[in-house]
Ligand binder design. Structure first.
Ligand SMILES: [Zn+2]
Length: 318
């Protein structure tokens, strides 16, 4: 493998090999620790973002400017854990967004590093369809123990049903990885929407990935179409950034809105309570607000249990 831990050039190949094995062991132990406490995990946030400490401030500022919304945390691991403690979230899935193809390997190594200790934060992989060898990148991510891969077609400016992206979906599905994609419009980016409902339909029809998760309840600000075309499909829906109030900086932009609690409940029942994963998009929505909001909705205790953690555990194999 050409990626090495701490590629500072100060390690001999033997030392590097030893370190690689030690890292793998730490990841396995962290996963076993998560599994051991799975029964006590009541709330899983399936869609969050953090950045390495040294770039968090700058990255968050740039994204906030793009979206014109105010983040709820500092987007560091520590600030996410603080938010989780406050909201009673036991596990957060972190989704890296790869904006440059050549950063894929580095980002996935850093994601794997996050998973070396069980701190209640589990990172997925990221990938960019512009990578030279998607199979190699996905195999590498899989070998690092990463359970899923995040796609964000709008950042790639490439449709979800482009040949490059479909190849990645096909490969990831073959490797039994969870595929989580941004779906619908993006608050910070510009039209056209790169993951519209029709592209999702085509991917389901042609590939049928068994573990496909559509963020933002299937299509941000495309929910009428989701209701019409995606209800009944064999996919999962995360609740990230789909309800509550948008924390605008100044003026609301483009007339975007979130689902009302009533419309959300209707959509959840339409797609199936066994297919919905609690998620926030933290730092862009507040974990405690989403927890309280969904707890107050007219779902049965069993349905709430499934949405808050049961469905996610099944998908993660926890
Ligand atoms: Zn997100």
């Amino acid at each position: 493998m050409e990626y090495v831990h701490d590629a500072a050039g100060i390690f001999s190949p033997e030392q590097m090999e030893r370190e690689k094995l030690a890292a793998e062991q730490r990841r396995n132990e962290a996963w076993e620790s998560l599994k051991a406490r799975a029964e006590d995990i009541r709330i899983i946030d399936f869609h969050t973002h953090i950045f390495p400490d040294r770039i968090a401030k700058g990255a968050l500022h740039a994204l906030a400017e793009e979206s014109q919304t105010i983040p709820f945390t500092a987007a560091t691991a520590e600030s996410l854990r603080e938010s989780m403690r406050e909201a009673g979230v036991d596990l957060s899935i972190v989704l890296p967004v790869v904006t440059h193809a050549d950063k894929t390997g580095k980002i996935n190594l850093s994601a794997a590093k996050t998973n070396e200790t069980d701190t209640g934060i589990l990172s997925f992989a990221g990938i960019h369809p512009g990578v030279e060898d998607p199979k190699k990148e996905l195999k590498f991510a899989k070998a690092l123990g990463l359970k899923g891969v995040k796609l964000h077609p709008d950042y790639y400016r490439m449709s979800f049903d482009s040949p490059e992206t479909m190849r990645i979906i096909d490969l990831a599905a073959e490797m039994d990885m969870i595929i989580l994609t941004h779906a619908g419009k993006d608050i910070g980016l510009y039209p056209p929407t790169c993951c519209p409902v029709d592209a999702i339909k085509r991917v389901i029809r042609e590939i049928h990935p068994p573990k496909l998760v559509l963020a933002h309840m299937g299509g941000w600000n495309d929910w009428d179409e989701v209701l019409e075309k995606l209800a009944g499909e064999d996919v999962y829906f995360d609740t990230a950034f789909s309800i509550g109030d948008i924390h605008w900086m100044d003026q609301p932009k483009h007339g975007f809105h979130q689902l009302s609690d009533e419309a959300f409940v209707k959509l959840v029942y339409a797609v199936g309570t066994d297919r919905v994963l609690f998620a926030t998009d933290c730092p862009w929505a507040e974990q405690i607000d989403y927890v309280n909001r969904i707890k107050a909705m007219p779902f049965t205790p069993e349905e709430k249990q499934a949405i808050f953690a049961g469905n996610a555990k099944r998908l993660l194999g926890l």
